[in-house]
Design a protein around this ligand. Structure first.
Ligand code: TYD
Length: 207
C-alpha cells in the first residue's frame, strides 16, 4: 500500500474540520489529488451508522453499543474506501480515526484503551495512519467556540468533565506516541493553524 493516510484529531470544536477543508483546497491548488473522508461516516453504510450514533433520541445508548457502532462504521470505511485508495497510491485526508475511539470511548466513556484498541484492530485489520495531526486546544475554549456556532448533538451535550477526560487522554496519547502523532497549537488563527497542518502534511507527501 503506497498511498498516504493522514488523520486529523482533536476535541470537539478544535477547528479541525475547517482547517481540513482549507488545507485540502491548498493541496489541490498545488496539484495534489486528495480524498476527503470523515468519521463516523464516509460511506453510505457508515453515514447511516453515524445517524444512529448522533441521534438525540438515542439517549439510552449503552457505551459498548456506541463503541461497537463507531468500530462498525470504521470497518466499512476501511474496506470500502481507505484500503482501496491506499492500494491505488492515493492521498487520504480523514477527519478522525481510531484515536477518537481510544479517547472518547476508551477514556471518556471509561471502557478502557486496551478494550477499544482490540475491537478497532479487528475493525481495521490494524491499519495505521501515516500521520496523525492532533489539534491541541484546551477543551473549554474548544467547546465554547463550537457552541457559539452550532446546535449541539448528543455527544457534544455531554458535561465539561467528559470533555476534560478526552482532552487529557489526547495529551497523554500524543506524549506516548510521539512518532505517530504530531501536535499543533489549534488556539491560533485559522491561517496559522492551516499553515502548521500543511507543513506537516507536505513533509509526509514530499517524503
Ligand atoms: P462530528 O460531529 O464529526 O464532530 P467533529 O466535527 O467535532 O469531529 O463527530 C461526532 C462526535 O463523535 C464527536 O463528538 C466525536 C465523537 N467520536 C467518538 O466519540 N468516537 C469516535 O470514534 C469518533 C470517530 C467520533
Amino acid at each position: 500500500m503506497n498511498g498516504k493516510f493522514i488523520v486529523f484529531e482533536g476535541p470537539d470544536g478544535s477547528g479541525k474540520t475547517t482547517i481540513l477543508n482549507k488545507v485540502n483546497e491548498i493541496l489541490i491548488s498545488k496539484g495534489y489529488k486528495t480524498n476527503l473522508l470523515r468519521e463516523p461516516g464516509g460511506t453510505f453504510i457508515s453515514e447511516k451508522i453515524r445517524d444512529i450514533i448522533i441521534d438525540n433520541e438515542n439517549i439510552n445508548m449503552d457505551a459498548k453499543t456506541e463503541a461497537l457502532l463507531f468500530a462498525a462504521s470504521r470497518a466499512q470505511l476501511v474496506s470500502e474506501k481507505i484500503k482501496p485508495l491506499m492500494e491505488a497510491g492515493e492521498i487520504i485526508l480523514c477527519d478522525r480515526f481510531v484515536l477518537s475511539s481510544l479517547t472518547y470511548q476508551g477514556v471518556g466513556r471509561g471502557l478502557g484503551i486496551d478494550e477499544i484498541k482490540a475491537i478497532n484492530d479487528f475493525a481495521t485489520g490494524g491499519l495505521k495512519a501515516d500521520l496523525t495531526v492532533f489539534f491541541n486546544i484546551d477543551y473549554k475554549d474548544a467547546l465554547i467556540r463550537k457552541r457559539a456556532n452550532f446546535t449541539a448533538d448528543r455527544l457534544e451535550n455531554e458535561e465539561f468533565d467528559f470533555h476534560k477526560k478526552i482532552f487529557d487522554a489526547y495529551l497523554d496519547m500524543a506524549k506516548l506516541y510521539q512518532d505517530e502523532i504530531c501536535e499543533i497549537d489549534a488556539s491560533k488563527s485559522i491561517d496559522e493553524v492551516s499553515k502548521s497542518a500543511l507543513d506537516l502534511i507536505l513533509n509526509i507527501l514530499e517524503d
